[in-house]
Design a protein around this ligand. Sequence first.
Ligand code: BES
Ligand code: MN
Ligand code: ZN
Length: 501
Amino acid sequence: MPKCTGHYGTPERIAADVHAIPIPSDSTLFNKTVKQICPDLKSLIAELRENEDFSGKADETVTLATDAGRFVLVGLGDTDAMGVERVRRVAAQAMKEASKFVAPTVALYSPLEEIVRKILPVSFEETVVAMMEGALMSLYSYDAFRKEKSDSKKGKIKELKLVTADEGYQSRLKKGIQEAQILTDAVELTRNLANAPANVVDADALAKEATSLGKKLGIKTVILNKKEIVANKMGGLLAVNQGSKREPRFIVMEYNDKKQRLKPYVLIGKGITFDSGGLSIKPSSAMEEMKTDMSGAAAVLGTMYAVAKLKLPIRLIALIPATDNMTGGGALCPGDIITMANGTTVEVKNTDAEGRLVLADALIYAQRYKPRALIDIATLTGAVVVALASHATGMMGTDEELLEAMQEAGGKTYERVWELPLFDEYGKMMESDIADLKNLGGKWGGAITAGMFLKHFTADMPWVHLDIAGTANIDKATDYQPKGATGVGVRLLTRFLQQMK
Ligand code: BES
Ligand code: MN
Ligand code: ZN
């Protein structure tokens, strides 16, 4: 990832191989922006506008090689439709255009303070954060296993200068950069973990990752091994692990900023390092992407990183049940009845509904903390992808205040969530003839019946469930989400916790 620095000035005073300037379409603001940031290009840009080559519309870009340097103009679009998400996309589009040059140093200009204040309208810092998020998240590529790292490629952006042409905003610019650096590093950590193959990130490797992260951040980290998981009677985690030759792990991390006895927030991340479906085996086309079935766990680790680095004044616990779901000789069989950590019995109708089994043990474990809020995040159901595709995370829960706060955080970060109902009737669908519960609902409403299964283990704790099966991975890149793991959840949860503190 390129190094990011903050600057005040205009192109003739900022050394860069490419200057990227976001320009709104409103003619007054268009002219103001040109006049303040790049007056030397005034007549050239006026001509472009006259010929309708560039008018500042959304998704419009133009590149110019002039005596005064190389420029990328990016459309900020209509003032009505402008928002922080537009800023993220504009920044990403600017990087994409700049990358067409051999440009180790790129200067990206902030929208004028007047535009930020009147139109966006968010704080100047938030605009800077969005700019950097869009830019850095778009430049990510997973190349841990490639001989030629994309960073070393010719023309790769090495330094990103974020520039304001408004005097007196330098310190806010620097503050924004600092926060965005933490958030984008956290997203990168999460994407790297989720993109890593299952033979590299198994339960033990995930636990070791958590331990080393904990050390780096000064967060207490405890790993329960199989013996300790047995001692804790985590019947769900053990059942899912039965068909694997690798041992399960249960990861516990605790961040406590001021060592206060605050009621903690507890995050639970589904850590299925590979989901073959077990004996209810998946077709190979569906199995392919199942190395990312620990995206919830990865998002929780990324969030711990961000929260610790931002020094949020909260107490935060992370719980991650980790195992793969395999078909070995000892594998769990459809029809088996298992007993969870709190004594609840579950008839396993389908071994591919494994996420809820391991999450149930974590939800039970969380009760000891008497949490202020309990949030689980999991690639839980294909049904949520049917409902929402990759454009929203399915959300369910029992606490209005938390649900609303999550909704707000989703809007601010554009990691949008959409609530699904937990009506009692859906609970009925999880009743078993021979055990307390079964792990499979009917044909329909699969995202909700999975949520109802989890609700059974929340013991009236204020709880939110996030099903990221559709949002954690994408097969087609968008402006700042390259194909593969998106790192969804990190910015959402961090923002949520920032709001709640
Ligand atoms: N990990 C899958 C859910 C999933 C599907 C994640 C697609 C990402 C993309 C989960 O363990 C699963 O297999 N769920 C089953 C549940 C069913 C058997 C009740 C599903 O959704 O098909
Ligand atoms: Mn499954
Ligand atoms: Zn799964």
